[in-house]
Design a protein around this ligand. Structure first.
Ligand SMILES: [Zn+2]
Ligand SMILES: [Zn+2]
Ligand SMILES: [Zn+2]
Ligand SMILES: [Zn+2]
Length: 306
């Protein structure tokens, strides 16, 4: 029982993910002369059989701990998030937690240099413990989200994994070549406010590009939008350009742009209007016929900037 007689209740369960206040004050170290380094990467990027992992893992939420690391009078450590949730009661021994920092463990963590958790995906960075989280949020080897826009798909992975996933699970059309000519069809286009057409993936220059076509309301106006996303990082996406064209009866609308990385969600690209936007009336005019059916031919080309 806790000193002072306050009865503490046992902690039951916690979400696996905690919001850390990330400490990033330690300067980045490029030195490979690691103070403590680990060749093998476990669950958090730390070798698990040397005890370091157990020491720095919060016993309550199982996440790695960052300052301020707290402890109870008996020395049980826990992270700040968990401390705030257990109502001042140590989950291990039920004593009052008080407000005791575990500076020794914080200093110990500071002395560590660890591999990035995306080591197995190709990142060879070795990072100071307190810089690791920040690096991992921006690591270029971190997995990509599935670029399929039609549903909330939770699949993540590297590009080859996602290409296989798009083919197998979303039945996406895959095309080779840097030019395209695509017809988007919709019956009763006047009824449609929001729609997403099947994604098309083009392979050229040994890379993959996703062609999106969507209908939505821009302000009060119903519009269609076509745009391209690059399956890779932004730095590489910038090496490419593309153009899109729609037209009929001697009129045409063209767009030239730079494909956006799939790191940017299709929604983000759409909201920034970074693509060919076509008013519905014009799209129906370009469709020919009696304006009761959308039959819009979108042609385009991708090229690599010199
Ligand atoms: Zn915790
Ligand atoms: Zn305790
Ligand atoms: Zn990394
Ligand atoms: Zn998916």
């Amino acid at each position: 029982m806790a000193p002072g007689g306050s009865a503490c209740k046992e902690v039951e369960s916690y979400p696996a993910v905690a919001d850390y206040a990330i400490a990033t004050t330690k300067p980045e170290s490029n030195s490979m002369t690691t103070k403590s380094s680990f060749g093998f990467v476990g669950k958090h990027g730390i070798q698990s059989n040397n005890g370091v992992y157990e020491l720095l893992e919060c016993p309550v939420c199982k996440n790695l701990m960052y300052p301020p690391i707290h402890q109870c009078p008996n020395g049980h450590t826990l992270c700040l998030n968990c401390k705030n949730r257990v109502h001042n009661c140590c989950p291990s021994c039920q004593y009052d937690l008080g407000n005791i920092r575990c500076l020794a463990l914080e200093r110990f963590a500071e002395s560590l240099e660890l591999p990035c958790k995306y080591h197995s995906l190709g990142c060879h960075e070795i990072l100071p413990y307190y810089s690791k989280l920040k690096h991992e949020q921006h690591c270029r080897f971190r997995p990509y989200n599935c670029p399929y826009a039609g549903s909330d798909c939770s699949i993540t992975g590297d590009i080859p994994t996602l290409i296989a996933h798009l083919k197998d699970d979303h039945k996406v059309d895959m095309h080779d070549g840097c030019t395209f000519n695509h017809r988007y069809v919709k019956l009763n286009p006047h009824e449609v406010e929001n729609a997403t057409w099947m994604l098309t993936v083009f392979k050229c220059f040994g890379k993959q590009f996703c062609l999106h076509f969507e209908a939505f309301q821009m302000g009060m106006a119903p519009v269609y939008m076509a745009f391209l996303r690059f399956m890779g990082d932004d730095s590489e996406a910038k090496k490419f350009s593309y153009c899109l064209e729609v037209g009929a009866n001697g009129r045409k609308l063209t767009w030239q742009g730079i494909p956006r990385s799939i790191r940017d969600s299709h929604r983000k690209v759409r909201d920034s209007q970074d693509g060919l936007v076509i008013q519905r009336n014009l799209a129906l005019y370009f469709s020919g016929g009696d304006r009761q059916e959308l039959k819009l031919r979108v042609t385009g080309r991708i090229w690599k900037e010199a």
